[in-house]
Structure formats: C-alpha cells, structure tokens
Design a binder for this molecule. Structure first.
Ligand code: TYD
Ligand code: MG
Length: 456
C-alpha cells in the first residue's frame, strides 16, 4: 500500500477558486477567510468522467441559422409568478437553482409545483426529509392526487440513473448540500462535492432535456454552504428571501440565461403553503389613512415591472458620541451619501442625528429611483411632518443635490395612477409624454426645490 499522504487542495467557498496552499484572502475574488481544505479531485473525474483519451461525443459545430430552436416550448410550473420570473416557464434541459436561507420555504415552493400541475410527471428527490415527511407536507398543502414520485436518495449517480430510466417531465432535487458523488472523497456539502453534483445534474439536464430544479441553502453570512460557486454552473438562479418572522417571501431572479434578471415575485406563506401575491404594490403600501411622519412611497422598477412600496426612516438625536446610521434593504453607503447631500446642498444638519432606514416588506432595493423617497422619508421624520398618503416619488439624487431622471418613468407614473396616487414627484428632466388621468406629475430640479414643493 502506498504511504503517500492523500493530496489535498484548498477551495474558496465564495468563488470556487482552487489553490495548492491555504491563504487568508482568496486572490480571485478578494474575500477573506473563505479557503477550505478538501481532498484533491481525482484527475479522471476532473477531466469529465474519465473520457480524457476517449473519442468525443460525436457532436459537430452547427451553422447558427440552421439551429432548430422551435422545440424550446416552455414548461409551465402552474404558478404564474414563478413562470414569469423564469421568463415564461421553464426551458427544457435547463438547471434552475433556488437558493435561500433554511426555513424560508424552498421545499414548500418546490413541492407545490407538482401539486399544482397534476399531469406533470415529476421526480422529487429528497435528501433532507423522509418520504413520510414529504407526504405529510403534501397533504398539508392540500392535494396528493398528483403525478409525483418521491425518491429518498443522496447518491447522485443513483438519482441520475433513476431519472434516466424514468425520463420525468421535471426533476426536483432537494438539496444540493445533501447529495454526494462517490468519485470525490470529501463529505457531502463540501465545495468539491457541490461542484461535482451540480455538474452531474447539468450534464443530465442537457443530455436528456429534462428540466431540473436544484435547491441550495445559503447561510446567514451568504457563503459557507457554497451556492456562490454554483451560480456559475447553473442556467438560472432564483433567490428566495424575506424575513423569517414575516409571512411575505420574495423570489428574485439573479441570473437567467433565458430571460431578464432582477424580476421579482412576492408570495405569502399561509397555513396551506405559499400563495402568490399578484399585486405586490398593494401589500407593500401601508393601510394607515392618516399619514405618519417618516414614511414615503417610492415607485421603483423591478426588472420590467413597476412596484410601489413604502420607505421608512427614523431620525432622532444621537444618544452616544457618534451618530448611528443603519439601513435595512438599502445600501448603507448610499444612505450616507444622501445624508451628506442633504447636509451640504440643502443645509439640513443631520450629522448629530441617528438615522435608521428600512424598506417595507423586507425588500432589498438597488434601483436608484428610490433615492428621492429616501430623502423625503428622512426629512419627514426629522421635521415630524407627514407626507400626504397620495404622494409618491421616483428620482435619483446626484452629488450636487440635483434630481436626475430615471428609466421607464411613464410605467412608474402609470402604476402610481392605477393605485390611486394623486401626485408623483420626478426629475424636471424626466420626459413624461403620456400622462394618465388623475395624477399630477410634479417636476423638481434639485433638493431645495423638492423641499419647497413638498414641505411648505
Ligand atoms: P420549508 O419549505 O421547509 O423551508 P426550506 O426548505 O427553505 O428550509 O419551509 C419551512 C417553513 O414554512 C416552516 O417554518 C413552516 C412554514 N410553512 C407554513 O407556514 N405553511 C405551510 O403550509 C408549510 C408547508 C410550511
Ligand atoms: Mg427544505
């Protein structure tokens, strides 16, 4: 028996970069303390299932114009919002990753799909729960007359063998962290196992044309479980997020080879599973008739759809030496920049104030059009002056305090009018040609002009 030490390599859990020695900081992605040790993959597995010297697959390059794409009929998953996020249903042979923190509802969502589409032949592979548990959950979700087979297995080779024999219309694998392959020695859930499992599923999906949904856990700090490296392998990444305490869940597409990203759908977790919220604006806008100070409604765009929601701010005198600034669902650096603009360009002294900012419904926002609502919510709280409930905002704020126009303003105005808003504040450079009935578009050039129009 050879006495040589088993060879190990180090992987970055954030980007999957491989290195022969441990490093405190990954040179590829710059993350700190993400390198973990794992046994080196056998060369044969690394070279694509030991086919290194074997003849190729027999495929040939094709002329672009001769490629037949007509069979790309999409598979509907029975939930309109999920289909919309995927870009109109699931593409045959695609691998979709649904990521999210434990307990957010990934298993619930994926089990609801076969229950909704009763004649879809589904193979539901679970490495997390027993068949009994899945059965109980299906009963709770209100239907077990589906065409779904539950398979409790964690060896990926056996899963693929079964799937090849069965050729289901859809395969669901819950979760990537529990699956393993025996060609790699490390424990299930390690970086090299996750890479191998995902690659094997991708190969199966592409060769058989069976669409595969893969579930992956993300820990609170976002990387240990490894789905970051998975994102490069799969075709579509859907992220499931929301506050565990609240009942609303947001499904967001962050990568999509077959549709647009930054699409978003809202679900409500009820006693009988997840329910689609067709009109998220209505849920994200507060019920209180009387305006409270410190809130402002932003008209943001998620992907292609306008979405109105409430921005909440609390400004109070700092108790300790340095003022605190905290933002939930919004970039904290951007909040600091907006506060500096208010200080320098409009003369509001906020440096001795604590500022807390929150986006309603657990949303995470990156649309710059929300800037205007953020500064209005901050000023509203600071002066304890309620903004009328029928006013909303869509504009980006620049460093010199100017208000800049944002994309697709007409769609935002239309959505605001549809929801009964009477006034929308936009940049004076915004081009709003089609004005819906019942809403007044107020154009403001800079922060002082906005303050004058709103608070006086
Ligand atoms: P689950 O789908 O198991 O989460 P994940 O697979 O992402 O870890 O969801 C678990 C939570 O959802 C759990 O806290 C209970 C709740 N839940 C409901 O509120 N209603 C339901 O009908 C179901 C099935 C789950
Ligand atoms: Mg689960």
């Amino acid at each position: 028996m050879a006495t040589t030490k088993a060879k190990t390599v180090f992987y970055c859990t954030s980007c999957g970069n491989e290195s022969p020695k441990w490093m405190g900081r990954c040179p590829a992605c710059g993350e700190w303390n993400t390198m973990v040790e794992a046994p080196a993959e056998p060369k044969a597995a690394a070279a694509g299932g030991g086919r290194a010297g074997a003849p190729r697959s027999g495929r040939r390059p094709q002329q672009l114009r001769e490629i037949d794409y007509s069979q790309e009929a999409r598979l509907s998953l029975g939930m309109g919002e999920v289909d919309r996020i995927l870009g109109g249903g699931m593409v045959p042979g695609s691998l979709v990753l649904i990521g999210g923190e434990p307990g957010i509802g990934k298993s619930t969502l994926s089990l609801q799909i076969p229950l909704m589409c009763k004649d879809l032949r589904t193979l539901y592979v679970t490495g997390e729960e027993s068949a009994r548990q899945v059965g109980m959950r299906a009963k709770r979700l209100g239907g077990d007359d589906s065409n779904c087979l539950v398979f409790c297995e964690t060896l990926i080779g056996a899963v693929i063998e079964e799937a090849e024999a069965m050729r289901p219309d859809l395969m669901i694998v819950d979760s990537v962290q529990t699956m393993y392959t025996d060609t790699v020695e490390s424990a299930p859930g390690s970086v090299s196992q996750i890479k191998e499992v995902a690659a094997a599923l991708l190969r199966f999906a592409k060769e058989s044309g069976v669409p595969v949904i893969l579930i992956g856990h993300i820990t609170k700090d976002g990387y240990i479980a490894g789905p970051k490296i998975l994102e490069h392998i799969v075709d579509v990444v859907l992220q499931f997020e929301g506050e565990n305490r609240g009942s609303y869940r947001i499904l967001r597409s962050i990568k999509n080879r077959f549709g647009s990203t930054s699409e978003l759908a809202v679900f409500e977790m009820t006693g009988t599973g997840l329910r689609e919220v067709a009109n998220p604006s209505e849920m994200l806008i507060p019920m209180h008739e009387q305006g409270l100070s410190g809130t402002a409604i932003a008209a943001m765009l998620d992907g292609t759809r306008p979405l109105l929601f409430e921005v909440q701010a609390l400004v109070s005198s700092a108790v300790y030496g340095t003022a605190q600034r905290s933002a939930t669902g919004f970039d904290a650096r951007r909040l600091n920049m907006l506060l500096a603009v208010l200080e320098k360009r409009a003369g509001f002294h906020l440096s001795a104030k604590d500022v807390f900012l929150n986006m309603a419904g657990g949303l995470r926002v990156s649309d710059p059009a929300v800037d205007l609502a953020v500064i209005c919510a901050v000023l509203s709280s600071n002066f304890d002056f309620a903004i009328p409930p029928d006013v909303c905002f869509a504009g980006e704020v620049g460093l010199s305090g100017e208000i800049r126009p944002v994309g697709q303003i007409e769609r935002r105005v239309q959505e605001a009018a549809r929801l009964g808003f009477k006034r929308i504040f936009v940049s004076s450079f915004a081009k709003v040609e089609v004005k819906p009935e019942g809403i007044r578009v107020v154009k403001v050039a800079d922060v002082p002009a906005l303050v004058k129009a709103l608070f006086k």
